[in-house]
Design a protein around this ligand. Structure first.
Ligand code: GDP
Ligand code: MG
Length: 440
């Protein structure tokens, strides 16, 4: 999706005044890009119609740079479809707040239960996890493991106490939570591989019996065109107050997100981005739109990096951003910290312009970082502080010293310069731009 849209919009940018034919051509490309990304047809139609109407309207005619205005419109419409503002859990006035999870088997409910519980516990809540998936033999144990990792209590039916009734377990758990002063109850439920009436009835029964404040529909972002049918079935069968997109760390480029948010009218509240309990973030429609447009999710990147490395270092980098004094030492430190932050590839995916470097991304490995380290470490302190010193003879010395070629050194310097430019833009409060597209 990204590559296609980026190309289309980049082509548009080179134009001055737009003719209706330009607009139609662009809208056609956008339609095709969205369809290729598995966005549902009705959503694509609606999106294209909105963009077309606005692109032919006054706001573009009067704009200084009409093409850029269209890019802006595409961005705004993506944000609108993705739900506009960020929404978080609404806590009940009378605790406990009851959160029920629903979705197909393998969607990521149990993992999400752990992620939510861990996050809420970190925010001084006292969540109780409830094992109301009695379908799969291992489901209760899985939740218990997750609860232990998250450091929160799990309510599970006594083993051997007859055949478990998930509705009963859920209602007992709510009573237990009130007794023991848990202020949040997170109910994990069973899923099937496909939409199934019995499953739907069970989920609806649990909902009716516990009257949850939030019902979160968890959906695998990689599900593609099936997203629509699945989301519709759950909306009819159980209904939900919010959506959680899981497995956004994979190749999913937002197609499912666009479809589900638009067709159900329910906000996407969280994104799950990995198997670990910390791979979880609040969903920001504007950032997702930018990501879809290949603008790079700088804010998420900084947030995640900050969580992973210690705060002093983060502050120091932040200070560097503010003063625009970004040196090769900072560049190296930043790369090392990103590695520390865990899933390096995921981070790379959020950097601006990286969509265009997919291949490089696929081939990325730790050795790359080791080579970068070797090159930077072969530089003198002065060179690292002021890369402008790096003339030809210095570059060949560095190449010899690090066992790399001059081309490698040149490439590294180029990458650094791009990063430094991006940092400056961020430091000035601007949005980073990708080559050939201009700021948005
Ligand atoms: P459930 O059947 O809905 O409870 O799904 P689970 O929570 O058991 O997750 C199914 C599988 O997907 C497990 O192997 C999880 O580790 C994995 N999983 C869950 N969420 C994510 C995610 O955000 N990213 C990735 N890559 N894997 C995930
Ligand atoms: Mg489960």
């Amino acid at each position: 999706l990204s590559d296609r849209l980026t190309q289309t919009l980049a082509g548009l940018r080179s134009k001055g005044k737009l003719t209706p034919a330009d607009v139609d051509g662009t809208v056609r490309e956008i339609r095709r890009a969205l369809l290729e990304a598995d966005v549902a047809l009705p959503v694509v139609k609606d999106f294209a119609a909105h963009v077309r109407e606005r692109a032919l309207g006054d706001e573009v005619n009067r704009a200084l740079n009409p093409a850029q205005q269209v890019v802006q419109i595409v961005n705004e419409e993506l944000v609108r479809i993705l739900g506009g503002d960020t929404r978080q859990i609404e806590f009940a006035k009378q605790p406990p707040t009851i959160i029920m999870l629903a979705g197909l088997q393998g969607a990521g409910k149990t993992t999400l239960a752990g992620k939510l519980a861990k996050r809420l516990a970190g925010e001084k809540h006292t969540p109780l996890l409830v094992a109301a998936d009695l379908q799969r033999p291992n489901a209760v144990t899985q939740l218990q493991v997750v609860g232990q990792q998250a450091g929160v209590q799990v309510y599970a039916p006594e083993p051997g106490n007859g055949v478990g009734d998930p509705v009963r377990v859920a209602t007992d758990a709510v009573r237990f939570a009130k007794d023991k002063l848990h202020d949040v109850v997170i109910i994990d439920t069973a899923g099937r591989l496909g939409v199934d009436q019995e499953l739907m009835k069970q989920a609806a029964d649990i909902r009716r019996a516990t009257n949850p404040d939030e019902v979160l529909f968890v959906i695998d972002a990689m599900i593609g065109q099936d997203a629509v049918a699945t989301a519709n079935a759950f909306q009819e069968g159980v209904d939900f107050t919010g959506v959680v997109l899981s497995k956004l760390d994979g190749d999913a480029r937002g197609g499912a997100a666009l479809s589900v948010a638009q067709l159900t009218g329910r906000p996407i509240m969280y994104a799950s981005t990995g198997e670990g309990l910390d791979d979880f973030e609040v969903f920001h429609p504007d950032r997702m739109a930018k990501r879809i447009l290949d603008m790079g999710d700088i804010l998420s990147l900084i947030e995640q990096a900050q969580k992973a490395f210690d705060e002093d270092e983060a502050m120091e980098i932040a200070g560097k951003l503010a003063t625009e004094n970004f040196t090769l030492d900072d560049f190296l430190k930043q790369m090392q910290q990103l590695r520390k932050a865990g899933n390096f590839k995921k981070m790379m995916g959020m950097l601006p312009g990286m969509g265009q470097m997919k291949e490089a991304l696929e081939n990325f490995d730790e050795r790359e970082l080791v080579r970068t380290e070797a090159i930077i470490q072969s530089m003198t302190k002065a060179e690292r502080q002021n890369p402008k010193l790096l003339n030809g003879s210095r570059r060949s010395r560095i190449a010899r010293g690090s066992g790399r070629t001059v081309t490698d050194v040149n490439e590294l310097v180029k990458r650094f310069e791009q990063a430094a430019k991006m940092m400056k833009t961020v430091a000035r409060g601007g949005t980073p731009q990708i080559p050939g597209m201009g700021p948005m």
